[in-house]
Design a protein around this ligand. Structure first.
Ligand code: HEC
Length: 159
């Protein structure tokens, strides 16, 4: 047998092993906590797309005094059902999703730029429970939500 054929057989065996793993080693239940390796891969891919989407977002408007309060009001009505009242601890529904919503005050979320957070809220995140609010909120309201999320972390400034 030539090396070419050995490599072909090896590739086919690897594809079969991956398929078997996905078919039998995996389920569609949302209840298990997503594994570390899977989360790392999924988050890296998501952040790559997010950085591209954020490039299409216009620069944030100057922050108005009532933005954090207004954003907090919208958050309570539209987001708390999954993200919890403050956004720092997901609700029981949020904790039953796959992937789970993150603590919005955590370093992992606060390191996103304002335009990236805007893109998440406006467009949503495909293959997760995060809806896009483009048809629900105006851009001005979405910037207020961004201001509220920023107020949960240490970084307060709009970039
Ligand atoms: C139906 C449930 C649901 C609702 C309602 C919801 N979210 Fe989410 N959200 C999620 C989930 C699930 C994720 C995690 C997605 C992921 O891991 O990529 C998420 C992720 C996010 C993130 C990205 C955080 C991160 O993981 O880096 C932000 C920011 C966010 N949501 C803001 C909001 C805001 C603001 C609202 C309300 C206008 C809202 N969400 C409403 C489920 C929801």
């Amino acid at each position: 047998m030539t090396w070419g054929w050995r490599i072909v057989i090896l590739i086919v065996a690897v594809i079969m092993a991956i398929t078997a793993y996905l078919m039998f080693g995996y389920g569609i239940s949302a209840l298990p906590v997503p594994g570390k390796v899977e989360s790392a891969f999924a988050t890296t891919a998501r952040n790559w797309y997010l950085a591209r989407e954020a490039n299409k977002v216009p620069p944030p408007p100057p922050r108005a005094p009532g933005d954090v309060t207004a954003g907090g009001g919208l958050f309570g009505m539209e987001c708390a059902s999954c993200h919890g009242h403050t956004g720092r601890k997901p609700s029981p529904i949020g904790r039953s999703m796959y992937p789970r919503p993150a603590d919005l005050g955590s370093a992992a979320v606060q390191k996103l730029s304002d335009r990236e957070i805007f893109a998440v809220v406006k467009n949503g995140i495909r293959l997760s429970g995060m809806p896009g609010f483009a048809h629900i909120n105006s851009d001005a309201q979405i910037w207020q939500l961004v201001a509220y999320i920023r107020s949960l972390g240490k970084a307060q400034s709009l970039r």
